[in-house]
Ligand binder design. Structure first.
Ligand code: ADP
Length: 378
């Protein structure tokens, strides 16, 4: 019988699991938030991922449930697990990707290097942290943030008043996360894949460039990463995957600091933007690897196939109509570039595709990737 994988969430991450699912002979089904989403090329059901009955009915038709986002509520996940559904990553792991405060506390227990942090429930408590950290800090809403939404640099305790007010209104006694403002030279990401039976593989550490809180560009492997940096990042990735019991792909976002430390920023337990380069630049793409891992199949080789890969995100711009013509233009002008499209309407700032170029000369590869991506700019 064909093995069936169920992906909750219909975005581009689910979409990019479709091709490797076909190659591996798997059937892939998607529970999408609405009609016409990026992943609707797969057998798609539309429904609310927060509703237990909906998710349960979806889970009944598949052999394993996995995700393209981290928002399925814990009670839904736990109900599925108690009913014998294979859920990967499971709720015990996923909680650390769902709530940044829970993550910080657990990573501290594991002895992982992190920015100084605290849970704060009032402007007074935030002031205490600011006083101890030179008057500046980063405040984060622990849940539901993405692409820099829910992250704010503050210079005064009053600058988070609206978020404290929202907490008070919510009435569940929650807190905000405050972190020291890290002086970093660059951001890195370390991906690992882990199977339920414990096998684990690590991808090369990559450099990520963010613009306005959104990933703009990824260079794999991270340039100027000596053996030490690569080993430190890999050890952190493996320790977190094992310590948190992650199954499937794990991405650990890292800061490299001005004083040469590596600090954990945040976690994603699914394929991640920092790993899109693996589709064209690694022996096993993160999407194939995620499927293998959640099915507890032997993992593929995570090594790079080229010396360098550069991945550039294509974002919707203010004056684009349909992007179809531009994709064709990019293909015509840059035949070495691998063009990936998500089938999404190009709203400003929205991730609608990416391009990846691989090769043995970093300057050449980066130039070609940026040139191909620039075809989409207004
Ligand atoms: P999101 O969950 O929205 O991706 P992150 O926690 O990854 O939010 O933060 C988004 C970006 O904000 C990071 O990529 C980094 O550039 C910056 N940032 C986050 N935390 C810190 C920090 N403690 N110090 C300095 N910059 C930070």
């Amino acid at each position: 019988m064909t093995v069936r994988v169920g992906v909750v969430g219909g975005g581009q991450l689910a979409r990019m699991m479709i091709a490797p699912a076909v190659e591996l002979g798997l059937e892939i089904r998607v529970l999408a938030e609405q009609e016409g989403m990026s992943a609707s090329l797969a057998a798609t059901q539309v429904g609310d991922y927060r509703d237990l009955d909906t998710v349960r009915a979806f889970a009944r038709e598949v052999d394993v449930v996995t995700f393209d986002h981290e928002h399925v509520p814990q009670d839904v996940l736990r109900a599925l697990v108690s009913e014998g559904v294979a859920v990967h990553p499971g709720p015990d792991a996923l909680q650390f990707a769902q709530d940044k405060l829970v993550m910080r506390a657990r990573l501290a227990e594991l002895g992982m290097p992190q920015p100084d942090w605290a849970a704060v429930t009032s402007a007074d408590e935030l002031q205490v942290f600011l006083d101890a950290h030179g008057g500046r800090a980063v405040v984060k809403t622990p849940r539901g943030g993405y692409d820099g939404k829910g992250v704010r640099v503050v210079n005064a305790a009053t600058e988070a008043d609206d978020w404290f007010a929202a907490l008070a209104e919510d009435g569940r006694g929650g807190a905000l996360l405050v972190e020291e403002l890290v002086e970093f030279t660059r951001e890195l990401a370390q991906q690992v894949a882990r199977r339920p039976s414990g096998e684990i593989v690590a991808y090369p550490v990559v450099e990520t460039v963010q613009q306005g809180g959104v990933c703009a560009e990824v260079v794999a492997p991270a340039p100027r990463a000596g053996i030490r940096l690569a080993q430190v990042a890999e050890r952190i990735g493996i320790a977190i995957a094992e310590g948190l019991g992650v199954t499937g792909m794990l991405a650990v976002e890292l800061f490299e600091t001005v004083d040469d430390r590596v600090l954990v920023n945040e976690l994603a337990m699914r394929p991640h933007n920092s790993g899109h380069w693996t589709q064209d630049g690694a022996v096993t793409s993160q999407f194939e690897q995620h499927l293998r891992a959640v099915l507890d199949l032997p993992l593929g080789d995570p090594s790079a196939r080229a010396d360098w890969s550069v991945m550039i995100n294509v974002l919707g711009g203010p004056s684009q109509g349909t992007l179809d013509g531009r994709f064709a233009d990019a293909m015509a002008a840059h035949p070495r570039a691998k063009i990936h499209t998500y089938g999404k309407a190009p709203r400003p700032g929205r991730k609608v595709g990416h391009v990846t170029v691989t090769g043995d000369d970093l300057d050449d590869v980066a130039y070609e990737a940026r040139a191909a991506a620039s075809v989409f700019l207004d």
